[in-house]
Design a protein around this ligand. Sequence first.
Ligand code: HXC
Length: 258
Amino acid sequence: MQENLILMEKHGRVRLLQINRPEAMNALSPELMLQLAKRIEDFETDPEVGAVVLTGNEKAFAAGADIKAMKDWSYMDVYQADFVTSTWERISTFRKPVIAAVAGFALGGGCELAMMCDFILAAENAKFGQPEITIGTIPGAGGTQRLARFVGKSKAMEMVLTGRMMLAAEAERCGLVSRVFPIAELLPEALRVAQKMTELSSPILMMAKESVNRSFEVSLEEGIRFERRLFHSSFATEDQKEGMAAFVEKRKPTFKNR
Ligand code: HXC
């Protein structure tokens, strides 16, 4: 077992997770994904954690699932291990805010992992792609579904069917990425944005995240009904009382996450 495939730094209530396999372009091996899933699992119940930033290095966020590990796996190997579902999916069910800070390659499973985060901030050198088709398979961690929702059918089809990479500027234009920064500013900015979120109410952030995510699952009418119920629920929290009182009293709110 290789230790420290995911490095962790504490920045107040933000946890910075760094994918750490630089010798393999941060290829996402099963052990690495297990370490990532365990970190996320721990953060879920830790009140000291308010938000997460997930990043790689300047060359690669992650160049995909580990091809060298996967190449000889049989159908039974992947089916019985429930490959992807058992570990990768833990990121997409995390209830607290998680930002992907992407520099360099985010390919295949790397692009899919970034899309499982709540939003993507990218460096100018970021390159996104789903090149699985060029190695005889298809995206398997949500790429065909999430990319289509982010960028629409035409671009998603082109990327998935040809393996073409998209540079950061194009990714921002088509909505895959929320903002692009010079590489030196990427991490400071991601940490600043995450830090800002930790000053907000944690349960209300969870409601907001759950409500936006719901929009990808249900009809508009059902989604709005879901949002309305959560909006009403927010009035049962101490933080809603504090937030609105602070506005009226022209002071900064102090949220208690209650
Ligand atoms: C295993 C990988 C890897 C990967 C790179 N490496 N990507 N190892 N799995 N996904 C290794 C290389 O083998 C090499 O190891 C080292 O990292 C450096 O990579 P190079 O190819 O020499 O670097 P470069 O020429 O700069 O090219 C960078 C690259 C290229 C364009 C990112 O490495 C590449 O195309 N990688 C594969 C991208 C890909 O197809 N991703 C999708 C994977 S499938 P050595 O030992 O030679 O030094 C997938 C399915 C997800 O993600 C489905 C659900 C999980």
